[in-house]
Design a protein around this ligand. Sequence first.
Ligand code: ADP
Ligand code: ZN
Ligand code: ZN
Length: 739
Amino acid sequence: MPDAILRIALPSPLRRLFDYRAPPGVPRSALQPGARLRVSFGRRELIGILIEVTDHSEVPADKLKPALQLLDAQSPLPPALFKLCLWTAQYYQHSLGDTLSWALPVLLRQGEPAEVRQERFWHLSEGAQLDDPRLARAPRQREALKTIAQHPHGVAHQLLGQLQLNKESLGLLREKGLVRLEIRRHAASARHRNWLAEAELPLNPEQRAAAEAVRTGFGRFNAFLLAGVTGSGKTEVYLQLIRATLEAGKQALVLIPEINLGPQTLARFERRFNARIALLHSGVNDRERLDAWLAARDGEADIIIGTRSALFTPMQRPGLIIIDEEHDASYKQQEGLRYHARDLAVVRAHQENIPILLGSATPSLESLHNAHGGRYALLHLHQRAGGAQQPRFLRLDVKSRPLDSGISGPMQQAIGQTLAAGQQVLVFLNRRGFAPTLLCHDCGWLSECPRCDARMTVHQRSAELRCHHCGHLERQPSNCPTCNNVDLRPVGAGTERAEERLGILFPQVSVLRVDRDSTSRKEAMTKLFNTVQRGEPCILVGTQMLAKGHHFPRVTLVAILDADGGLFSADFRASERMAQLIVQVAGRAGRAEEPGKVIIQSHLADHPLLVQLTEQGYFAFAEQALSERRGAGLPPFCHLALLRAEAHRPGQAEGFLDAACSEAELLVNELKLSGIELLGPVPAPMERRAGRYRAQLLVQANARAPLHRLLSSWMPALEQMPGARAVRWSLDVDPIDLF
Ligand code: ADP
Ligand code: ZN
Ligand code: ZN
């Protein structure tokens, strides 16, 4: 019998498998496809995944190396997930090995055993009383005890933070004998009879109709688009469908945009269910991530909640997939494997034959198009749950008005009136820093980034100039670097400037800023929420971090300082994004009794899309935008793939793309493909970034099949091209960003 040849997928960009011999002493019968192996690759050691065992290799026998070590007796990756990875690699034209390594938890990629660690759980002690007299003057401990009592199966130590439980309180409770710590495998006990830890809200008729529709679709593939205005109770619908899923003995996977994963959202799931919840997001460390992944795989987690990459969590008993805020751009990975988690989730639901629910107040044009075409069932929630009214929109033309740190006179008045009425204001400006650029009033010098075709942003508080594209950092100069004049002026306004100005205009209230610079620390965010919750008049200033997931019931005015970026931009998706942002920000306001008002400053106050949006709402806007896309032959009415390249020398990337373009033209003829257009190559809209010159080539196709036929011949050809190693290049299938 010939030696076994192992075909292994390695984490390498090369779109092929690599052949090895079996590790010394390992019999053929021990080699299960899907198992991980350690191999030497060039001068490195890599961990790869066994795809198949055969008898034959193209590689001469004396060149074949043995693999170093077999890491698994069985595949850690269940077949369903492997199938999803295969599909993903094929669709995004990415190497299978690299795709698998994106899909696996970091520790598995690094060769850790695929085994669950022991987990610590906090429980109520036998006979503990919630009104124990010793807690009379310890409100935090009393609260903590109450929370623990709501979870008859214990609270995993890992989830303490999500439930706002602190370790000191628990430690003190433990000393008093009121709670105990149990160490066990993450697996919980027997089937639950009651999955609910708190009562459900009675659904209103629209919510009930939506939930019913999805429930009727249980047990097989069905895709639903839940279009519900902000605050319409989408989350309540999710929760009740999850309960139904658990009752059917199945698991639910919930994807949430990174930015939404505030403690508020997670606490809501935790409060509602007596269930084992696995969390997979950026705040979870590698070990916790692996445990959560394994618990989901082995059916020991009932609900899996996570961000984009949680899509690749295996499930033993999949029952339902929910994608919250399906329009959110963070579902698209912008590096390496450029997958779209929402799109892949639909594929996964199809493969696993289970229903999927996409929810949003502002569905993407792609999903609406799918709903129009009958591929998704469209479910609407028109009213806010709990009776709160929809905000009113006003457009404020600032064409010939002076802007004072970005805030016009009428806007200042509106803010003043709202504060005087004892209410809160949210000021939205999607630009952080003090000002987008620094200008020398004498010679016209601008704070350009030395590494990018972009200006550096002024950050006044830290006295720095920062490039938001490459991270380049400089001290803010006191004199002009060119003419030495001292009259340097920040031009335009970012959140830092708006915050400073509002503090001067309204000294009697607190002004709180929320953006990536201010909220890098968790406590800052908590402090902010506490202030807002107290209900005193205040001003929140922030970027899109403010636009999502949070409830600010006392905010009655939303001031949008700049909607123009979305109307001017060369990116055909900019207006869609602007509309989504405006509607999402507006949705923060007036949630309770007080109706909200949204004022939008614009130099293009009469722009048809803006008029449509503010007068007739998002769905009218979306129809208009879709018909414009149809007219222009843009997605979702065509399919795109973008080949990007970058290099150190000018012209080098374009040269590579020129050759790539000729190759594609040849293939289009050879394969007799029709309906394909090659646009470019052209320099990227920001040609130089981080010191590299960038260019791109766009492939536009009427249909998917010919596009994918082209790509699957084109990519291997490009790998062979002589110039391919001198440039950094990548393919983006269904790009959402053409920059
Ligand atoms: P969305 O997810 O659409 O933004 P949520 O589910 O967060 O909406 O609901 C918004 C608010 O309305 C929440 O405070 C929620 O508790 C409340 N709510 C949701 N459904 C109902 C209902 N059927 N009856 C009363 N209140 C509800
Ligand atoms: Zn100067
Ligand atoms: Zn830069």
